[in-house]
Design a protein around this ligand. Structure first.
Ligand SMILES: NC(=O)C1=CN([C@@H]2O[C@H](COP(=O)(O)OP(=O)(O)OC[C@H]3O[C@@H](n4cnc5c(N)ncnc54)[C@H](OP(=O)(O)O)[C@@H]3O)[C@@H](O)[C@H]2O)C=CC1
Ligand SMILES: O=C(O)[C@@H]1CCC=N1
Length: 279
């Protein structure tokens, strides 16, 4: 049994809670600490969990998952540090925030506190997330294993180095949004071609689901799967040519570079804040 305190009940906090509940974690093992009372009450009702304060929620928690916006992480971590500093129970502080380094978290906690950084994605909501995990200076392998097991209950998990986290964020943290954007564009294009919107939505969404399932089946890779759709002289090859002419691959590379650069900039901002604290 792992007792989890989720600090921040926004989009990703809810996705984690929903995925854990769906995977069978009892509601009594999860508490949520959320700034907006109405939102805390909504989550409590929806997932049969307890909304509480940070001090009470951190007491006895095995995992304290920080799911607030990156700029709110330093203040929240400092308060968590105060709440657990005298506790005999060891809590693993887990950050789900983009761009916030384990070092900046450790700087706000008592010396030697185990910190694990996770980059999840919103597909946790349906138990199909994929997360990357890296450990801070004081986290031992058993802490990483515990967090890995927790995240495996809501999807796949890979262990990476912290230096890889900006790239991870660009691929899988932000990734669901790229597929949603493509799906939206396909629906709009289907409507332009004369389909009713509900029909275009059913077709594009079902296609995304089916293509995802084929990729996840782990047989042929994406290239071969695409070749299999491209009948010689056919419709798909004509569409792929238009995608390539429009610079799709370069656009994807530029978009992911922008995401990774932003993640790095967030890390630099949190480092600068730490330096200001020390000065
Ligand atoms: N959304 C996503 O797909 C992903 C997000 N992440 C990371 O997850 C984190 C949260 O993102 P997201 O869920 O989108 O953001 P949200 O703004 O939806 O959620 C954050 C929530 O935390 C609340 N909050 C702020 N300060 C406190 C506090 N002191 N105590 C308790 N609750 C507080 C916020 O309230 P208020 O709005 O009033 O400030 C808000 O409800 C970010 O760091 C992001 O980088 C990581 C991977 C994917
Ligand atoms: O957009 C963001 O900053 C967060 C982090 C990854 C996905 N959403």
């Amino acid at each position: 049994m792992t007792r989890i305190a989720v600090v921040g009940g926004g989009r990703i906090g809810e996705a984690l809670i929903a995925g854990l509940r769906e995977a069978g974690t009892p509601g009594s093992d999860i508490v949520v600490i959320e700034a907006v009372q109405a939102r805390a009450d909504e989550l409590a009702k929806k997932y049969s969990i307890l909304p509480t304060t940070l001090d009470i929620g951190c007491e006895g928690a095995d995992v304290i998952a920080i799911a607030v916006k990156p700029q709110d992480v330093p203040a929240v971590t400092e308060r968590i540090g105060e709440a657990i500093s005298d506790s005999v129970h060891e809590s693993i502080v887990v950050s789900l925030a983009a761009g916030v380094s384990t070092e900046s978290l450790e700087n706000k906690l008592s010396a030697g506190s185990p910190v694990v950084r996770v980059m999840p994605n919103t597909a946790m909501l349906v138990g199909q997330g994929v997360s990357a995990v890296c450990k801070g200076r004081f986290a031992r392998d058993e802490h990483v294993e515990q967090v890995k097991t927790l995240m495996e209950s809501v999807g796949g998990v890979v262990v990476v180095t912290e230096a890889q986290m900006d790239a991870v964020t660009a691929v899988s943290g932000s990734g669901p949004a790229y597929f949603f954007l493509l799906t939206e564009a396909m629906i709009d294009a289907g409507v332009e071609q004369g389909l009713p919107r509900d029909v275009a939505t059913t077709l594009a969404t079902g296609t995304a689901h089916g293509a995802g399932a084929m990729l996840a089946a782990g047989g042929d890779g994406p290239g071969q799967l695409r070749y299999n759709v491209c009948s010689p002289g056919g419709t798909t090859a004509a569409a792929i040519r238009a995608f390539e002419a429009g610079g799709l691959r370069a656009t994807v590379a530029d978009a992911m570079e922008a995401a990774a650069t932003k993640s790095h900039a967030i890390s630099q901002a949190s480092k600068d804040d730490d330096d200001d604290d020390i000065a």
